[in-house]
Design a protein around this ligand. Structure first.
Ligand code: SAM
Length: 234
């Protein structure tokens, strides 16, 4: 058996500071912006010459937070309510042999400042600090297959969730310079990050997450999210 050692070409700076509440695929929350910061060896403009001609890129990355936790042959896709098992290679599950993920994301720009090369991206589904092992342009003529069917994941997950901000949360958001923040938070919550087994529980459930440097608390009752409090993370 051959072993490979792979060094990341860069790392992701993402608003998603923990796994919980990250969308389950890229582009589900288009407002999710990130920076790919190149490692020193690759921090030269030559490495990305021509990349701005492409609107979208494939990122290959390591599921670094869970890669050492192993894998199993069968997994329970959230799409199937966590009740049915599928083979790991028939899913996009994070716990998989080699722990490698792939995401097609939007390229918003290239930045080269003080000898540091970075790609500006959006629509990402990646945890802060994710190591990127390769980057390739997305090629619509070859990668887009409108005739393809995708079994249990054939359509974009439907969401009927509504999102409301408490008075405190709305007042807090109004003081922030980033005016896209309310829509970003709402679209993250509309993806319904709750584990499948909690979705049918009666009564109100309380949750929390960090996005950027914000601490966000919310309650879910049926299909309704109420963002109760937003504060700056200490
Ligand atoms: N688009 C990728 C793919 O298909 O390979 C990822 C799909 S995976 C289902 C998406 C989930 O991976 C996110 O919801 C998040 O919880 C998790 N995730 C993102 N970055 C991660 C990382 N660096 N380590 C472990 N889990 C991560």
């Amino acid at each position: 058996m051959e072993n490979y050692q792979i060094e990341p070409v860069g790392f992701i700076q993402s608003p998603y500071k923990q796994k919980f509440a990250i969308p389950r695929q890229p582009r589900l929350v288009p407002e999710a912006k990130a920076k790919l910061i190149f490692s020193k060896e690759f921090s030269r403009e030559e490495f990305v010459r021509g990349i701005e001609e492409f609107t979208h890129l494939w990122l290959l990355f390591r599921f670094h937070e869970t890669a050492d936790k192993g894998y199993s042959a069968l997994v329970r896709p959230p799409r199937l309510g966590g009740n049915e098992k599928k083979g790991v290679f028939a899913t996009r599950a994070t716990f998989r042999p080699n722990g490698i993920g792939m995401s097609a994301v939007k390229l918003e720009g290239v930045e080269y400042k003080n000898g540091q090369l970075a790609l500006l991206l959006s629509g990402i589904d990646l945890l802060d600090g994710t190591p990127i092992i390769d980057i390739k342009p997305y090629l619509p003529y070859s990668d887009a297959m409108p005739e393809a069917s995708a079994g249990f994941a054939d359509t974009r997950p439907e969401t009927l969730m509504t999102v409301e901000f408490s008075e405190q949360a709305a007042e807090f958001l109004a003081t922030q310079a980033d005016k896209s923040l309310p829509e970003f938070i709402a679209n993250v919550l509309k993806q319904d990050p709750r584990p499948a087994y909690k979705k049918h529980k009666a009564g109100t459930q309380a949750y929390g997450m960090n996005l950027y440097h914000y601490n966000i608390r919310w309650q879910v009752d049926g299909e309704h999210n109420l963002v109760t409090e937003i504060s700056i993370e200490r």
